[in-house]
Each structure stands twice: as structure tokens, then as C-alpha cells.
Ligand binder design. Structure first.
Ligand SMILES: NC(=O)c1ccc[n+]([C@@H]2O[C@H](COP(=O)([O-])OP(=O)(O)OC[C@H]3O[C@@H](n4cnc5c(N)ncnc54)[C@H](O)[C@@H]3O)[C@@H](O)[C@H]2O)c1
Length: 209
């Protein structure tokens, strides 16, 4: 059983960022197809938030099978292992050949950001959240001709005074099931927590001291 405070700890950054990107900024319309590239804490936050909207297909894209499995448990209707399958083709197929309305990149990998852009339908939106020092974002000119929007999002563009209490309420109601991604470690197991985070065994380690 995870203590309540440990459960709420990730709201302050990663979860706020992922959930806020969807609820505060990208706001997928009813019937939208949403794809989340990268299913760590930030991406899973975005994915759970998409489940609170009218989006009808929520697609998780990652290269780690266990993370895609967890994404399904948290509400993904479809998963794409982009180490095995071309995600652009897969997303066009899922959206009936139109392209998707909303994409979120949490990987910060330029090649993945291009894939997300190329998967968009005309007038679709891509939110850039993943940060990689020194990486540049480039967009092939032809992709932007379709009225696409690309938006960088910091901390979910949240007003923390209203947004954090709303997130706490959603957790209390079981609509943001953070217990599925948080694992608590004592301070003397901090190295283990870092190792489990690096291997992907634990999505969101929380150190108690
Ligand atoms: N913009 C902000 O305000 C803000 C706030 C918090 C975190 N971040 C950033 O968000 C990013 C994500 O954070 P996190 O805690 O979820 O990280 P994480 O490392 O747990 O998750 C990243 C995920 O991306 C996947 N991935 C990596 N390369 C991939 C590829 N080529 N194709 C598909 N998937 C790939 C990984 O398997 C992993 O599941 C980080 O870059 C972090 O710095 C940004």
C-alpha cells in the first residue's frame, strides 16, 4: 500500500506536465485520435488525461513492451512498438487513413518528433514535452503545409493554484490511478530506485525520508 503523500508526489512535475499538456493545451475534441510517444511518467500522465476527454482512440507508442502493456492497463486503446512497426503507417491505419488529430512527444528524440508530425491529420496538433539538451526540432516543410500546430509545453502550462487541487481530486476519485506507476523506496535504497528507473522497471520512483 503506497502512502497518500508518496502517491501525490509526482503531481508536482511529470504528471502535471503530461496531464496538463492534454487538458490545458491540446484539448482533443470528441472523436479525436490521440497518440502519446513515450510512455514514461509524463507520457502515461498524458495518456490517462486523454482518457478523461472525448478522444475515442488513445494510442501509446514506445519501444519497451512492458511500458506498452502498462499503457493498455491505463487506458490506451491501441499500442505501437515503434522498434518493430512504423508508427506513422500504424497511426494512419488506426485513424482510417486520415491521420491523427493530437500527438504528444515525451521522448525528446528528433526522429520521433518527425514521426509524430507525419502522423498528424490536416490541422492536427503536436505538443513537444520531451527535453534533450542540445537537440534541435526540425520540421520537413511539406508537413507544415497542412495547417499543423506545433507547441512546446512546459509543466503542462498549468496554473498550479487550481490545477494541482483538481489533480488531487482526480487521484482521490480513482480517475488518475497513480498507484499503477508509483513505487516507494526508503532513502537507503536510492541507488536501487535510480537503477529501476533507468531500466524502466519502475516508472516513477518516490524516495521517502
Ligand atoms: N516540458 C516539461 O515541462 C517537462 C516536465 C517534466 C519532464 N519533462 C521531460 O519529459 C521527458 C519524459 O519524461 P519521463 O519522466 O516520462 O521520461 P522516461 O524516460 O520515463 O520516458 C521516456 C519514454 O520514451 C521512450 N522512448 C525513448 N526513445 C524512444 C523512441 N525512439 N521511440 C519511442 N519511445 C521512446 C522510453 O522507452 C520511455 O518509456 C523527459 O525528457 C523529461 O525531461 C519535460
Amino acid at each position: 500500500m503506497i502512502a497518500v503523500l508518496a502517491l501525490l508526489a509526482p503531481l508536482g512535475c511529470g504528471i502535471q506536465t503530461g496531464v496538463g499538456a492534454i487538458l490545458n493545451e491540446l484539448k482533443p475534441a470528441p472523436g479525436a485520435v490521440v497518440a502519446v510517444f513515450g510512455t514514461g511518467a509524463v507520457g502515461l500522465g498524458a495518456l490517462m488525461a486523454a482518457g478523461l476527454t472525448g478522444a475515442t482512440r488513445i494510442v501509446a507508442v514506445d519501444i519497451v513492451p512492458s511500458r506498452l502493456e502498462l499503457a493498455r492497463a491505463l487506458g490506451a486503446t491501441d499500442t505501437v512498438n515503434s522498434a518493430e512497426t512504423d508508427p506513422v503507417e500504424a497511426l494512419h491505419a488506426i485513424s482510417g487513413g486520415i491521420g491523427i488529430q493530437t500527438a504528444v512527444d515525451t521522448t525528446g528524440v528528433p526522429q520521433v518528433q518527425t514521426q509524430a508530425l507525419e502522423a498528424l491529420a490536416p490541422r492536427g496538433s503536436l505538443g513537444l514535452i520531451g527535453l534533450r539538451l542540445g537537440a534541435n526540432f526540425t520540421a520537413p516543410g511539406r508537413t507544415l503545409l497542412h495547417g499543423l500546430t506545433v507547441r512546446g509545453i512546459i509543466e503542462g502550462d498549468s496554473d498550479i493554484v487550481t490545477f494541482l487541487p483538481a489533480l488531487v481530486d482526480l487521484v482521490r476519485q480513482g480517475r488518475l490511478p497513480l498507484e499503477k506507476i508509483v513505487r516507494e523506496y526508503p532513502l537507503d535504497a536510492i541507488d536501487q530506485a535510480a537503477a529501476d528507473s533507468a531500466t524502466g522497471k519502475t516508472i516513477k520512483p518516490v524516495i521517502r525520508f
